[in-house]
Design a protein around this ligand. Sequence first.
Ligand SMILES: Cc1cc2nc3c(=O)[nH]c(=O)nc-3n(C[C@H](O)[C@H](O)[C@H](O)COP(=O)(O)O)c2cc1C
Length: 167
Amino acid sequence: MKKVGIFYGSTLGNTRKIAERIGAAFGAENAQVVNIENAAMRDLESFDNLILGTSTWGVGEMQEDWETFARQLHKIDLSGKKIALFGVGDQVEWSDSFVNGMGMLHHRLANKATIIGFTSIEGYNFDISLALKNGEFVGLAIDEVNQSALTGERISRWVETLKKSFN
Ligand SMILES: Cc1cc2nc3c(=O)[nH]c(=O)nc-3n(C[C@H](O)[C@H](O)[C@H](O)COP(=O)(O)O)c2cc1C
């Protein structure tokens, strides 16, 4: 497996911590964790395997550093790359926009790259999410506010499937 670039946007640090835990699950030698706030498009382009993570703010919006970065995504060639997404949110307080930010990212990328790592909604309890396709999450959904005890298992299961699918 080629090295994985893990790019995240995080306001209070939850998504940063999840990105680091995902990186650790791949092993430090197999993954590089990058804050999108300090990243350039060419950084993203340099990886054939990407994991992109965002929290959700406002009512169902991407984390603000991603808002800026995602606007430029159309400028780069992502064909041939495999991309997995993760979203961090709060399914109780924001039950009708749970991890919407991940859905927004998926919307921007779906026609430009191969998106892998969809997961089941089983075990979550929310009303509406724009991060769903055919009844599944378009990536890994993490809720550190209400279900932090499940996070470790969710990450390790997801990373094991990604290891088999990445370039
Ligand atoms: C003002 C505000 C708006 C939020 N909106 C949403 C939302 O629409 N959907 C969601 O799933 N979580 C929402 N959240 C929860 C955050 O995404 C969650 O706290 C997350 O862990 C923050 O991660 P970060 O520190 O990496 O930015 C919101 C939180 C706040 C304080």
